[in-house]
Write a protein that binds this ligand. Structure first.
Ligand SMILES: Cc1cc2nc3c(=O)[nH]c(=O)nc-3n(C[C@H](O)[C@H](O)[C@H](O)COP(=O)(O)OP(=O)(O)OC[C@H]3O[C@@H](n4cnc5c(N)ncnc54)[C@H](O)[C@@H]3O)c2cc1C
Length: 348
């Protein structure tokens, strides 16, 4: 028997943001206010000498008065390294599935089922970019690095999503991925000072940690102020970066203007999402050093063919703009190389 919804609760405070642009905007603002951002630079040790912390990293030591431990699934490990008090962390994996833009408009709001004790349940989410995302699962796993998607997860998500929105099927899935929630035993956020001096935990920030992030930041500022840090007003030197141009969103007349001003706007790199060479180069100039860096800033590789067309083109642009060999280009840093140099073999 087909069951139909006869009523629903409306949650007007639910919102959808572009998480990539939010993060890049905050990082740009932090950098303009003097923050030095180091990526691909894991912390491997911490030592307090009675006055200051020496933080051992892959790029050498960093000396600091205060340490804020916001290391996600690794927060308990970092707290142990610092002697800040041990706590148990559990890992709850969430698989998400992205549907073809063909389904754009099938829902206009986030559709929720009734929540379970451990999660909001499987949602149907109209993303900022127009695709529909369905998920997540909420399964406890032992390994925080286990970000594999599974047949079982896909089956459960598609069944649950199609119950909420009939018509969704596995044939619509164009991409799948998983994220890991860092969960503490009391299922709460752990924000505050610890057994180690001037060392603050911001740990167990499971969902809705993205939504809560601005409020958490305000709390951390207060903690630092109470601990004696003198805070300066933001200086924001120089003009803010101009908004990123998304060629696909511009009206035709503006697209023609852009192509006349810079011929690279006339060269499409990603056909599915209509991303131009000028946008990819702009992303690299603003700090993208990997394929994912380009993807999250421009959407190149997020469309139906999932990078089948644009991957080699983005790699070539990264290699030429950053003046590195093609074999040094990675998907997301570390050892996520995409090609191997025939003569040199795998890069160190
Ligand atoms: C499937 C899923 C769906 C979600 N949906 C929502 C939602 O709808 N709404 C919402 O508000 N939230 C949602 N969340 C939760 C949200 O993503 C998290 O709360 C948030 O990302 C946690 O932020 P964080 O900064 O604490 O940790 P993370 O984002 O994990 O960041 C931790 C950082 O620490 C770095 N790190 C780790 N170890 C080290 C080390 N040794 N040295 C240096 N750096 C290190 C990591 O590389 C990482 O960059 C969802 C999460 C998942 C998994």
């Amino acid at each position: 028997m087909t069951r139909r919804a006869i009523a629903a609760a409306y949650a007007p405070t639910t919102g959808v943001i572009n998480p990539y642009e939010a993060c890049f905007g905050l990082a740009d603002s932090a950098a303009r206010n003097g923050v030095e951002i180091r990526t691909g630079c894991p912390v491997t040790g911490l030592r307090h000498d009675g006055d200051l912390w020496t933080i051992t990293t892959a790029d050498g030591p960093v000396v600091a008065r205060f340490v804020i431990n916001a290391a996600g699934v690794a927060a308990a490990l970092i707290a142990t390294m610092a002697g800040a008090g041990a706590y148990r962390m559990r890992f709850r994996k969430g698989e998400e599935y992205l549907l073809d833009k063909r389904l754009q408009g099938i829902v206009r709001h986030v559709i929720y089922p009734c929540p379970s004790p451990t999660s909001k349940g499987v949602l149907v989410i109209p993303t900022y970019d127009g695709t529909i995302m369905i998920g997540p699962t909420a399964d406890e796993v032992d390994d925080p690095a286990d970000l594999a998607t599974t047949v079982d997860g896909a089956t459960r998500i598609i069944a649950a999503a199609s119950r909420l929105v009939p018509g969704i099927s596995e044939r619509d899935v164009i991409a799948e991925f998983a994220g890991m929630r860092a969960v503490l035993d009391d299922e709460d956020f752990r924000i505050g000072s610890t057994a180690a001096p001037d060392f603050f935990d911001v740990a167990g920030i499971q969902s809705p940690g993205l939504t809560a992030a601005p409020a958490i930041a305000v709390m951390v500022v207060e903690l630092l102020r109470d601990a004696g840090l003198e805070l300066a007003e933001p200086v924001t030197p120089g003009a803010p970066l101009p908004p990123f141009v998304h060629f696909a969103d511009a009206p035709l007349a503006r697209q023609q203007e852009l192509a006349n001003s810079d011929p690279r706007y006339g060269h499409i790199v990603c056909r599915c999402e209509i991303v131009t060479e000028a946008e990819v180069c702009q992303a690299i100039a603003r700090g993208a050093a990997t394929l994912d860096g380009i993807k999250f800033r421009t959407r190149a590789g997020m469309g139906r063919c999932q990078g089948g067309f644009c991957t080699s083109r983005c790699m070539a642009l990264l290699a030429s703009e950053l003046a590195v060999p093609l074999a040094a280009v990675t998907k997301r840093g570390g050892d996520s190389w995409l090609v191997v140099d025939r003569d040199e073999g795998v890069l160190p």
